[in-house]
Design a protein around this ligand. Structure first.
Ligand SMILES: Nc1nc2c(ncn2[C@@H]2O[C@H](COP(=O)(O)OP(=O)(O)O)[C@@H](O)[C@H]2O)c(=O)[nH]1
Ligand SMILES: [Mg+2]
Length: 436
């Protein structure tokens, strides 16, 4: 139900100087009149007042009034700034509930902002991203998203697709109308090809940026005793993992997070990969393989002073663009492009390399970009539909092609939530905080 009046505590529920209790809906102003000293309400003002329960003062507060149309939800809204004790805040919330409000679901204020047309779905995504941001780069990209960067990004593509779809429809519906360009396969092919490339570029940038934003799942692997745990410690600049000269010291996964200049690594140190009969170590090695499945980056460590066939086998096995071979123990022997001494925390050659490798991706923070998994998923579906359309060219009539293009267009609409599916929307907003 959209028109009932909802309320929630919008600030975190712990003792603090101030809490905010929020209300949105047609009855907001009536309800606040019933429980405070406020009689006459002027929109978009803040007043000093008291909240009362059956005449008795509950708290001394500031109340903000937002008139429908200009508020966060586009409905009449009231925000009560009360004293931040959990107890008092709850008393006020309960008073609102007693006087006709319903407790809001998580994200319901923002959901109303979306349903009432104040923001699109991509902007709603970004509000949640901003609340959950843990770093400057996450916060900055969320702010851009809140200000319509996704719409900016996909609008030109949507506009062109809509034009072309419309022209095909005209061709089909009015074959006698000869002024329109005939949308033959030859005319369509370059369009679809271009759109596919645009989708691919948007997906690629979004995925690269997601790694920059959230950090790369980085797994440190190698034989026992090559210095994996020493490397973890050197990167984290603290002695997190146990280092000994006994092979098989690390059995469990040891995790840590480090932000280098241009990239954040979510590090996992692992048990050395080798054949072993030792039960616990075996489980550790199994965990290593699991961690590798989710790796965005693999640091394969070898002992430069002692490279043998086992190292070479690992290098062959994990060769690829996500693997970086790290030659450790440079104090003994210098070898390879990336040569470090983990024990001595002399790892600049590795960190410089990584900063260089990701230096361009960090600039993506300044571009309009898809912000999260939901948006990327729809863009991928759009790409698939376009590919189907492209593959159909030459085999089917344009009325079939146009259904493919229509489907692609609808996927783009979904990114902005222009045609929403109710369950999807419910699911999305439930991840929000209470009171947002
Ligand atoms: N000389 C030298 N020894 C190192 C270096 N890094 C690690 N070691 C030693 O190698 C042994 C194994 O190190 P560790 O980090 O536990 O290796 P892991 O089994 O791969 O995790 C320890 O005795 C370390 O002190 C290094 O850069 N130079
Ligand atoms: Mg270790």
């Amino acid at each position: 139900m959209l028109n009932d009046t909802i309320c929630a505590i919008s600030t975190a529920l712990k003792d603090g100087a101030i809490s905010i209790v929020r209300m949105s809906g047609d009855e907001s102003f009536d309800i606040i009149r019933r429980i405070s000293d406020v009689k006459k309400i002027s929109a978009n003002t803040i007043v000093y007042s008291h909240i009362r329960d059956e005449g008795k003062i509950v708290d001394e507060v500031l109340i903000s009034f937002f008139a429908a149309g200009k508020s966060y939800t586009k409905e009449d809204m009231v925000e009560i700034n009360c004293h931040g004790g959990v107890y008092v805040t709850r008393l006020i919330l309960n008073l609102l509930l007693k006087n006709g409000c319903r407790l809001a679901e998580p994200g319901e204020f923002t959901k109303r902002a979306y349903l009432n047309g104040r923001i699109d779905l991509a902007e709603a995504d970004s509000i949640n991203d901003l609340i959950r941001a843990q770093s400057m780069i996450q916060a900055r990209s969320a702010i851009r998203g809140m200000n319509g960067s996704v719409q900016h990004l996909i609008d030109p593509l949507m506009a062109e697709m809509k034009d072309v779809i419309a022209m095909i429809e005209v061709n089909i519906d009015y074959p006698e109308y000869e002024d329109e360009t005939e949308m033959t396969d030859e005319v369509l092919a370059p369009y679809i090809e271009k759109w596919k490339a645009q989708c691919e570029e948007m997906i690629d940038k979004a995925e690269r940026f997601r790694l920059i934003k959230d950090g790369l799942n980085t797994v440190i692997i190698g034989k026992p005793n090559v210095g994996k745990s020493s490397l973890l410690n050197a990167l984290l600049q603290k002695e997190k993992a146990i280092v000994t000269d006994i092979a098989g010291t690390t059995r469990d996964l040891v995790e840590g997070k480090v932000s280098l200049k241009n990239v954040t690594l979510n590090l996992i140190d692992t048990a050395g990969i080798r054949d072993t009969k030792e039960e616990i170590e075996k489980i550790g090695i199994e965990k290593t393989f699991q961690a590798l499945e989710e790796a965005d980056l693999i640091l394969l460590v070898v002992d430069a002073s002692d490279i043998d066939e086992e190292d070479e086998a690992l290098m062959r096995k994990y060769e690829g663009k996500n693997t970086v071979i790290v030659y450790n123990k440079s104090d003994l022997v210098k070898k390879g492009e990336i040569s470090i001494s983990a024990r001595d925390h002399d790892i600049a050659s590795l960190t410089d390399y990584l900063n260089e490798r990701y230096k361009e991706d960090i600039d993506l923070a300044e571009e309009d970009i898809l912000n999260n998994e939901r948006q990327i998923a729809f863009m991928k579906m759009c790409y698939d539909e376009l590919k189907t359309a492209y593959d159909h060219l030459g085999y089917v009539t344009t009325d079939v092609i146009v259904t493919d293009l229509d489907a692609a267009y609808h996927d783009l609409c979904q990114i902005l939530g222009k045609e929403y599916q109710e369950d999807l929307i419910d699911h999305m907003f439930r991840n929000f905080c209470l009171g947002k």
